[in-house]
Design a protein around this ligand. Structure first.
Ligand SMILES: [Zn+2]
Length: 408
């Protein structure tokens, strides 16, 4: 059984212990067992401590019932040897701030909205709590954050008590204990009392600051992402840097960014509309010009067959739509790039050729597929220029009932 020194002092960063065993685990990592340890093992949503044991690096600690396995990399200690363990201080402090912050936040939600905490995780840069809060809103989150920070700034003492489960059950615990025997209770003075085996601050002030980063509804609960202490500072620094960079790009002030971006988006919408109008006008002109030289059948129908290098599907579509608006017009349009070709066939409403049938055949010729309606169909295939040209020419000839040289 490993004595857990962090139970009584979460600020103990250096300790001496005796090596009881050195074991090779199934995954071939090496674990050291000590008679006592200040290393916190992974558990309760909190990642383990890291640090050093003698000359070796402790990369993880695992809770194996009543033993704590210190996974090490580096020189192996001797069994029976007395060894010095050192905890990575900043990592412990960061975790302790998030964990204590969670106790405070959880009680804030409990007191204000009767919302229990159902889950908690400390992740790489942020932490998450799952709250039994079915209909959250910005104002509720803001109120809980405000109360939590008030408790932090009141710098209330945090005490540890050991009590038999039966006696503890008579107290107003925030969370029911999950086991019997002697319980470890964590008390935030006149605010929160809950059974917990984790590492906590000595006073709430040590948490520094608690910030909500984002929240969302998940499985009829509210998942709140938050940062506390060192992480709150890191998060503020990052978001402030981003905001200033964006403000500089937009020649604006940081605090005016939301209005500035809203105006830009509005302008952008107007511009996009104008571009669409101009594209339509341009496509109309282009078709008008093509029709002046397009071959015509005896019934007066003009057949445009044109292949463009690297024209976007959108641009080709604008052209096809424009062609459809001219009377007695068929447009067989294509665009090709290195390895692919794109085709659109369209005709005016006063003709009756089935463009979908034609495009199916054309695409089959170039090793692809196509389909659509009788007056507008599209498809694609391989971008072999000669083959695409020959295919468009073949379809044009069929429509005209004569040989016709394709313009490119
Ligand atoms: Zn705790």
């Amino acid at each position: 059984m490993t004595e857990r020194l962090y139970y009584d002092d979460a600020h103990l960063m250096e300790f001496e212990a005796r090596v009881l065993a050195v074991e090779k685990l199934n995954d071939s990592r090496v674990a050291v067992l000590l008679d006592r340890t200040a290393f916190y093992p992974t558990g309760g949503g909190q990642p383990s401590d890291t640090g050093t044991l003698g000359e070796a690096r402790v990369i993880e600690c695992i809770d194996a019932e009543d033993r704590i396995l210190h996974i090490i990399e580096g020189p192996l200690p001797e069994i029976g040897q007395h060894i010095v363990g050192k905890i990575d201080r900043l990592r412990r402090l960061t975790h302790l701030q998030q964990h204590t912050g969670q106790h405070i936040l959880s009680q804030a939600f409990q007191k204000l909205f009767g919302a229990e905490t159902r889950g908690f995780r400390i992740m790489d840069r942020i932490s998450e709590i799952d709250l039994a809060l079915a209909a959250p809103c910005e104002e509720m989150i803001a109120r809980a954050i405000e109360l939590a920070n008030q408790i932090v700034w009141e710098d209330r003492p945090i005490k540890i008590h050991y009590l038999a489960a039966r006696e503890a059950s008579r107290l107003a615990l925030r969370r029911e204990p999950t086991r019997g025997g002697i319980l470890r209770l964590v008390e935030i003075e006149d605010f929160d009392l809950t059974p917990c085996g984790g590492t906590h601050a000595k006073r709430t002030g040590e948490v520094g600051l608690i910030l909500a980063r984002s929240w969302e509804r998940a499985k009829r609960m509210t998942r709140l992402r938050f940062v506390a202490g060192i992480r709150a500072l890191a998060d503020y620094t990052q978001i402030n840097r981003i905001a200033h960079r964006v403000a500089l790009m937009l020649s604006s002030e940081r605090d005016d960014l939301a209005d500035r971006v809203a105006r830009l988006l509005e302008e952008n919408k107007g511009l996009a509309k104008r571009v669409r109008e101009l594209e339509t006008q341009l496509a109309h002109r282009e078709i008008e010009e093509m029709l002046t030289t397009a071959p015509r059948r005896a019934d007066g129908a003009g057949v445009i067959a044109r292949l463009f290098p690297q024209r976007s599907p959108e641009a080709l579509k604008s052209l096809a739509l424009a062609a459809r608006s001219f009377p007695k017009t068929v447009a067989l349009l294509g665009s090709y790039e290195a390895d692919s070709a794109y085709l659109i066939f369209a005709r005016s409403a006063d003709l009756d050729e089935e463009m979908n049938r034609l495009i199916e055949r054309a695409c089959a010729e170039i090793g692809g597929r196509g389909g659509g309606r009788a007056d507008f169909a599209q498809g694609g295939g391989k971008g072999d220029l000669k083959r695409v040209e020959a295919t468009l020419q073949m379809i044009a000839c069929e429509l005209l009932g004569e040989t016709h040289k394709l313009e490119t």
